[in-house]
Design a protein around this ligand. Structure first.
Ligand SMILES: [Zn+2]
Length: 210
């Protein structure tokens, strides 16, 4: 069984959101220094790398990541390619021939090539889902949507897309690396860390052939 790991490695060179706290690694204990073991301390935003958003991220009083339904976070998923588009609009989604009944949709765009190329600088013009694209997902009954850059929403219009999705309890999975993943049906699992009350959480996300 071939397993595709869609997760961005958490390392000091991982691109983080501008103005988010930086990724910081330290090792208060290390075998090399004669300590009895090695222990790494990590300081990071919960929106680091491959992660999910919870309603609390953009909705006042919204639920935390611990409320996200495991039934939604795992199951059949469809990978679609929207290459060469600058944004994922309702028209773009309409043209992808997404079968009715699709619950989990992972959208591969030109962003994934940036991960493959090993870019180290945040790119503001990343491809994301517009507000009308988000509404399209709501109308189609999508429950989980995966994107291949660090936000589901465009850099200059963060609020509308997030609110539309999170109000309907659609789970955005952000920061997937879909480079080299052929479009089609798969099995998907994404398990966010269980951080009580958190507006998001890093996760490991994998696919295997359906
Ligand atoms: Zn996020």
């Amino acid at each position: 069984m071939k397993i595709y790991d869609l997760t961005l490695p958490i390392s000091p060179s991982l691109i983080v959101w501008p103005d988010d706290p930086p990724l910081q690694f330290s090792q208060p204990y290390h075998l090399d220094r004669g300590d009895i073991c090695t222990v790494t301390r990590l300081s990071l935003s919960v929106h680091t790398g491959t992660h999910v958003d919870a309603p609390a991220h953009f909705i006042a009083g919204g639920a935390g990541v611990e409320t996200l339904d495991l039934h939604t976070l795992m199951g059949p998923a469809l990978v679609v390619e929207a290459l060469g588009v600058s944004q994922v609009t309702a028209v773009v989604l309409d043209n992808l021939a997404i079968p009715p009944g699709t619950k989990r949709l992972l959208i591969k765009t030109n962003n994934s090539a940036r991960w493959a190329a090993g870019e180290t600088k945040f790119y503001e013009e990343y491809v994301a889902i517009t507000a009308d694209g988000a509404q399209w997902l709501v109308d189609q009954g999508i429950k989980l949507v995966g994107v291949d850059y660090l936000s589901v929403a465009p850099f200059t219009a963060l609020t509308a897309c997030h609110q539309i999705l999170l109000q309907q309890e659609i789970i955005p999975v952000e920061g997937l690396n879909l480079h080299g993943i052929p479009p089609g049906p798969y099995h998907f699992i994404c398990l966010p860390l269980l951080i009580q009350g958190s507006d998001g959480a890093p996760c490991r996300a994998i696919l295997w052939q359906a």
